[in-house]
Ligand binder design. Structure first.
Ligand code: ADP
Ligand code: GN1
Ligand code: MG
Length: 370
């Protein structure tokens, strides 16, 4: 960070209930959405304490006040549940550190929203699965998250991004991006566009069932990537679910599916060499086992049967979002190279095609643990 940036961060930080001397600040993590910093404070002779400071992405989340109300309510609820179960609520859920005025966010002079969380020490967010057991542990934790929130009053939650996993409306947005072709990139990606259009029926699959009231609406996380879970460095257990910006009413299949899309891939989300990308059945099985266990029997027979569909639809939806963003000049997801979003879209489509080939095997695995 430049000295100028450091001064800025330090000024923002001075508005929070932090104590001690700010020793260092650095950009942190690999999220695509918010700007995350790790700050280290020295408190007298007591040693160093770290905190997370985040600039929220206002373009993606246009109503930050509502969003923070959700996070405060959800984390307070989880805090109590975890304490009741004998867990450590400062480690097993996010904890918001308020501003000096007692607010859960700070608004700076440019009208940007900032927030802070207790830093979870001795835990890691993985970008790829290093051990199958870690993926199983992440599944247990995401399943448990859904289970702990089963009696959270869902009507209290604001919809932070409208139609977030409404794949039908995502497809409409995608088609609009193709029609408008603002970046003049449509002609290069005919095959990828056709891949999306060939699967229109998948885009409507969940929305049709929801309209007919045929699926239970639960409180779900909706962004269950492996790097949104902290794995304890010592116990190797999935310790804390983070990135709660999209926690809203949704389907159990969304949380299952988004984890598979990211974590069961044999390649990274932005891998350029597609020969490295496939959906690993070993990882699919580990996650399926963990997620079903973590949900503690709450999933219905129909939900269980639809888990593979969740994996396919979440992967398809994410691919079309990456491709739409590429067509719109990369305005949503952070990129660090040209064609980054196109590379990401291609890995997702490769995964979808692979899941279609492995469809029966995926169902057999789900059946084994149901
Ligand atoms: P984004 O929405 O941009 O993905 P996240 O909230 O997921 O933002 O944070 C980005 C990264 O910052 C995470 O992947 C994780 O590595 C790190 N991080 C976020 N919150 C914490 C926390 N409370 N303790 C430790 N690390 C954190
Ligand atoms: C974004 O915030 P992050 O990096 O965990 C995105 C998800 C996508 C994901 C793809 C709010 O997640 O929906 O699946 O990137 N989050 C939002 O990697 O759009
Ligand atoms: Mg994240």
């Amino acid at each position: 960070m430049t000295q100028e940036e450091m001064r800025h961060i330090s000024q923002i930080a001075s508005n929070f209930q932090f104590e001690g001397n700010l020793m260092s600040a650095e950009p942190w993590g690999n999220g695509h959405i918010n700007d995350t910093y790790l700050l280290t404070y020295e408190i007298g002779k007591m040693g160093c304490i770290r905190v997370i400071l985040q600039k929220m992405n206002k373009k993606v989340f246009p109503r930050p006040v509502e969003l923070m109300e959700n996070i405060v309510n959800v984390t307070a609820f989880l805090h109590d549940k975890i304490a009741e179960r004998g867990g450590n609520p400062y480690r097993e859920t996010l904890n918001v550190i308020p501003t000096k005025e007692g607010m859960p966010y700070y608004v700076d002079s440019e009208h940007e929203y900032w927030r802070s969380f207790v830093f979870i020490t001795d835990a890691t967010c993985y970008e790829t699965v290093e051990r199958v057991e870690d993926f199983y542990q992440s599944a247990l934790a995401f399943g448990r998250f859904q289970c702990l929130l089963a009696d959270f009053p869902a009507e209290k939650l604001h919809e932070t991004i409208k139609n977030f996993h409404n794949t039908k409306s995502r497809l409409e947005d995608f088609k609009k991006a193709v029609r408008e072709d603002v970046a003049g990139r449509v002609s290069q990606v005919g095959d990828e566009i056709q891949f999306v259009l060939d699967r229109e029926a998948d885009a409507r699959f969940f929305t049709d069932l929801i309209e007919k009231n045929e699926l239970p609406i639960r409180v779900t996380h909706n962004d269950t990537k492996l790097n949104n879970i902290m794995i304890d460095n010592n116990s190797r257990k999935g310790i804390c679910v983070i990135d709660l910006d999209t926690t809203m009413p949704g389907l159990a299949m969304y949380d299952f599916g988004d984890s598979i899309r990211f974590g069961a891939s044999t390649g990274e989300e932005d891998e350029k060499d597609l020969s490295k990308v496939s959906c690993s059945m070993e990882l699919f099985e580990a996650y399926t086992k963990g997620f079903i266990e973590g949900c503690e029997g709450k999933l219905t027979k129909q939900e269980l049967e639809l888990l593979p569909m969740g994996a396919k639809i979440m992967t398809y939806e994410c691919g079309m979002r990456f491709l739409a963003d590429y067509l719109q000049n990369d305005i949503y997801f952070k990129i660090s190279r040209e064609e980054h979003n196109l590379d990401r879209a291609r890995t997702q489509f490769k995964l979808v095609a692979d899941m279609e080939r492995k469809w029966d095997q995926m169902h057999a695995i789900v059946k084994k643990y149901s």
